[in-house]
Design a protein around this ligand. Structure first.
Ligand SMILES: N[C@@H](CCC(=O)N[C@@H](CS)C(=O)NCC(=O)O)C(=O)O
Length: 196
């Protein structure tokens, strides 16, 4: 499998999951400005949407969209428990959480990267959404319960951008404690070293 990635972006989360699962993979860096890959191809020929992450399977299929990639990877090794069994109620709950992260946190932060937009509205909106995650992590060690799942890899990635906007994670103590635990995982450290 090939993971197309760009440093400091959401492609970190599938890389954490690849490391968690010990799955063989090749990393291909993408310049998000020029849309050229490190092996000098036009990234839009691989993913016409032009953004990372994109996962190229050994059969040539290219899968995009973080939540789909994360669940595909988790299902390659169900015994690792990074996602509950497909069609189970717990799986629906995981999908609910992944959708919340992707649409409310990840996409909700996108306007903060745009210097032409005033940040206040988006920061306040994000803070309301974070209250939901603070409540979840106040109840259990990981987002979905006692077990690390792909949702933790995803949220860790997007919460990592808060520092760029001087958003202090300490205002959500349960999220801040969880973030430290996730950062200490060997898979996360390996992914952070490779995602440069
Ligand atoms: N809906 C996509 C969004 C992916 C996305 O926002 N990728 C960003 C990095 S985090 C990107 O590559 N942006 C460059 C661009 O849109 O040109 C997903 O959830 O995977």
């Amino acid at each position: 499998m090939k993971l197309y990635y760009a440093p400091h972006t959401c492609s970190l989360s599938p890389l954490i999951v690849l490391k968690e699962l010990g799955l063989p993979h090749q990393l291909i860096k993408v310049d998000n400005q020029t849309k050229r890959t490190a092996d000098d191809r036009d990234f839009r020929d691989i993913n016409p949407k032009g953004y990372v992450a994109a996962l190229e399977l050994n059969n040539g299929e290219v899968l995009t969209e973080g939540p789909a990639i994360l669940q595909y990877l988790a299902d390659l090794k169900p015994e690792a428990g990074l996602a509950p069994a497909p069609a189970s109620w717990s799986r629906v709950r995981l999908q609910e959480m992944l959708n919340f992260i992707t649409s409310e946190i990840h996409a909700g932060m996108a306007p903060l990267f745009n210097k032409e937009l005033p940040p206040t509205y988006f920061q306040q909106r994000l803070q309301r959404r974070m209250a939901t995650l603070e409540a979840a992590l106040g109840k259990h060690a990981y987002l979905m319960g006692a077990q690390f799942t792909v949702a933790d890899a995803y949220l860790y990635t997007v919460v990592g951008w808060f520092a760029f906007f001087a958003i202090d994670l300490a205002q959500w103590p349960a999220v801040a404690a969880w973030e430290k635990r996730i950062a200490a995982r060997p898979s996360v450290q390996a992914a952070m070293q490779a995602h440069v």
